[in-house]
Design a protein around this ligand. Structure first.
Ligand SMILES: *[C@@H]1O[C@H](CO)[C@@H](O)[C@H](O)[C@H]1NC(C)=O
Ligand SMILES: *[C@@H]1O[C@H](CO)[C@@H](O)[C@H](O)[C@H]1NC(C)=O
Length: 250
């Protein structure tokens, strides 16, 4: 189960003597993993120079201090009923509506990955071949790419990138398999993603998309046609010139 954390940060940098900067911030978080938001939690932390001093936890319902100063302030703030009530209300006024919007507009949406398997150049050592399995334009981020050689999962010789954000909600990922080709062997890349009912399997060899295959077929036909015309032209030229070698006349 993924715990979703929506956070916003309030920052202030306190500078003393020009260069010695103290970094002070407060961070608000709405944490939840259930769709009915029954486990929704509002957390607000005060952090000074990377040390968390005080935390308000909606499940606890009050401030808790973690340093001497934090403990003192927490006790004081817990006595300030008006302020405490404001913090207690935030779970329902801030977190609940935003979490509902997130579920409606984003968290229930998925985009299927576009999977490509292609030959690459090996980066290191004496592996003569490298296959690259790429998944593009998927959402959400969590994905798994697995390699199979003759139905056996391969875990060594695999280098994977992180899930890379495209900056438009979509992600891409690349996995490389370095291998020594064996005759008749079947290599496949298997993609597991929440948008797919079944894992998507792409086999090496049959992975060439239709347009690519057509391009190659048209190219091959063009080459044959070109050779025929060239041969015809050569025969015609031979006949015309009667087999003599032409030398330019001065
Ligand atoms: C908030 O308090 C509850 C109850 O003590 C605890 O289970 C939970 O982990 C706390 N959350 C955070 C983020 O500290
Ligand atoms: C907070 O309130 C309690 C009870 O009303 C009191 O005993 C305590 O001294 C107060 N603490 C501070 C720091 O004001």
């Amino acid at each position: 189960m993924i715990r979703i954390v929506v956070a916003w940060v309030l920052v202030s940098i306190i500078t003393i003597n020009g260069f010695d900067g103290y970094y002070n911030y407060g961070i608000s978080q709405c944490r939840f993993s259930s769709q009915d938001l029954s486990d929704l939690e509002y957390i607000h932390s005060y952090v000074f120079n990377k040390v968390e001093l005080i935390r308000f936890n909606s499940t606890v319902g009050k401030f808790v201090g973690y340093t001497e100063l934090g403990v003192q302030n927490a006790e004081r703030w817990n006595n300030m009923t008006d302020q405490l009530e404001k913090y207690r209300a935030r779970k329902d006024t801030k977190c609940r509506p935003n979490a509902a919007i997130l579920y409606k507009d984003i968290l229930t949406k998925t985009a299927k990955p576009m999977v490509k398997l292609r030959l690459g150049t090996p980066s290191i050592g004496d592996s003569p071949a490298m296959l690259m399995c790429s998944a593009y334009d998927f959402y959400p981020k969590m994905i798994k790419l697995a390699w199979y050689r003759d139905e056996q999962e391969v875990t060594g010789d695999v280098i994977s990138s992180e899930e890379l954000a495209d900056g438009d909600w979509f992600y891409q990922i690349h996995s490389h398999l370095e291998f020594t080709p064996k005759a008749g062997e079947k290599i496949s890349c298997e993609v597991h993603h929440t948008s797919l009912k079944e894992p998507q399997v792409v086999d090496w060899g049959s992975s060439m998309p239709e347009p690519e295959r057509n391009k190659i077929a048209i190219g091959a036909a063009g080459l044959v046609l070109g050779l025929i015309i060239a041969a015809a032209g050569f025969i015609y030229y031979k006949k015309k010139s009667g087999g003599r070698i032409l030398v330019p006349s001065s």
